[in-house]
Design a protein around this ligand. Sequence first.
Ligand code: GLY
Length: 258
Amino acid sequence: MSHLVFTNAIVRTPGRSIVEGLSNSITLGLPNYEQAIIQHQSYIDALTKCGLDVLVLEPCEEYPDSTFVEDVALITPKCAIITRPGALSRRGEVHEIEFVLKQRFNNIEAIEAPGTIDGGDIMMVGGHYYIGLSERTNHEGAKQIIQILKKYGMSGSTISLNKVLHLKTSLSYLEKNNLVVSGEFINDSYFGHYNPIEIPEKESYAANCIWVNETVIIPQGYPTTKQRITNAGYQVIETDVSEFKKLDGGLSCLSLRY
Ligand code: GLY
């Protein structure tokens, strides 16, 4: 049993403006709001089933991507860090989460201009945080967050991304030294000391999954991923997040877990 236990999650209900969210997909079409609401509730149910107390925030119509709360903050055991999202249209989302975090955490830090960083680019492995340098996360943002982590006795390191939106688009740490890997990170020596659980290209969307207290929540409809994670010894819960996929949103992006 891993020593890490999550007890809480924060999510934000999608607004009707979700149809205006950022997307690079040219084939998947626009998300359906009603369907997104149903899927979001199933996601909350999955987190609850894993033992988490889920705080559900009100929709925020001003920011179409604001349901992807993971990008606007990093919650560590020692501090909460408000990020500065790389996409201009998402930058104001931090004010919506700041209020919530200030009510719950004593140590609040923030990334400042010209730094940018999306939480989807940060992968926690114990007290170490891998930070993807991407279209959304720049060197300055990574430098600032590493300084903050050091201040609280933690550490961080950077890795450049070539193809994917966020670091956790292609990687998910499942504790016990097990790392889900896909795409550009398969056989990457930087992560060579982890036990890889490889996800084939046709299921690459499912490489973004979340470990929650010995259960792994994965997107519905990816049988090879389900089989491989089950074979690695985890309980698996599948949840349909197809409407969020249409906005390049991964399953992890829909919650802050701590
Ligand atoms: N649509 C989610 C994002 O691009 O950040």
